[in-house]
Design a protein around this ligand. Structure first.
Ligand SMILES: Nc1ncnc2c1ncn2[C@@H]1O[C@H](COP(=O)(O)OP(=O)(O)O)[C@@H](O)[C@H]1O
Ligand SMILES: Nc1ccn([C@@H]2O[C@H](COP(=O)(O)OP(=O)(O)O)[C@@H](O)[C@H]2O)c(=O)n1
Length: 227
């Protein structure tokens, strides 16, 4: 008997566009798995720093992959990220990690290593589908996915949403951080424009619920799913 291949829903977009929160909710509603690929780059940046390695030292960052024991599940209701036995779910959201994550993400060997990991997690998904979100899912990780979406929002809206999550933050400073990170990340992969066949969902004028519904509409249009 051949294995059932899960339906892959690929979602890309810039920082703060809602990829993670919207994808998680969509996965819950459809009974799909959820894979946050940015968490792996963040966890590697955390591991590199915890090992006393300079994130700018690409050769040492590559060497650190050998001891990077990354663990993440795809249950959207039980989201947790571990490096070895350490729960880094909150630590990887720290602005100090956001400030350096692009430096490890730009290293080609890092990307090759993590992309292989993402593909094996996707293939092992036990649910009928999996929502995978990041920067290069629609173009590199899963370019053949039956559903591919670019989730966008204006820079101002993204900064104010992210700022609302960070206690004591100033929207202008958060906006500056997002802009710098998007600029650095854009040198590696294009996630600001939709590749051919990718549907854009612009959430600038949509609230969270409307955005979730818009994404589910795209999935239903492309791929009939049952609740
Ligand atoms: N359409 C929306 N309207 C209002 N808030 C939203 C919307 N989409 C996401 N959010 C909120 O914005 C914040 C950033 O979303 P997040 O999913 O972390 O973005 P990303 O993963 O793209 O960086 C979260 O607090 C999330 O709940
Ligand atoms: N598929 C991906 C996902 C994330 N990343 C990198 O990981 C970082 C963190 O991703 P994230 O999705 O957690 O970031 P936010 O948009 O949630 O702030 C990004 O800034 C990129 O440097 C990547 O290179 N490729």
């Amino acid at each position: 008997m051949s294995p059932i291949i899960p339906v892959v829903v690929a979602i890309d977009g810039p920082a703060g566009s809602g990829k993670s929160s919207v994808s998680k909710e969509v996965a819950k509603r459809l009974g799909f798995g959820f894979l946050d690929t940015g968490a792996a780059y963040r966890a590697l940046a955390w591991h590199v720093q915890a090992s006393g390695i300079d994130t700018d030292d690409a050769a040492s960052v590559v060497s650190s992959l050998a001891s990077f024991d990354y663990r993440i599940g795809t249950d959207p209701a039980g989201y947790a990220v571990h490096v070895g036995d350490v729960d880094v779910t909150s630590a990887i959201r720290d602005p100090a990690i956001s400030a350096v994550v692009s430096r490890v993400a730009r290293v080609p060997e890092v990307r090759a290593h993590l992309i292989e990991l993402f593909r094996s997690l996707m293939a092992a998904e036990p649910r009928p589908g999996v929502v995978v979100e990041g920067r290069d899912i629609t173009t590199v990780v899963a370019p053949d996915a039956p559903v591919r979406i670019l989730l966008t929002a204006s820079p101002e809206v993204r900064a104010s949403r992210r700022s609302a999550e960070l206690v004591g933050s100033v929207t202008a400073a958060v906006g500056d951080e997002l802009r710098k990170r998007d600029e650095a990340d854009s040198k590696v992969v294009d996630f600001m424009t939709a590749a051919e066949g990718v549907t854009t969902v612009d959430s600038t004028e949509l609230d969270f619920e409307q955005t979730v519904e818009a994404v589910i509409d795209v999935i239903r249009f492309t791929q009939p799913v049952t609740d």
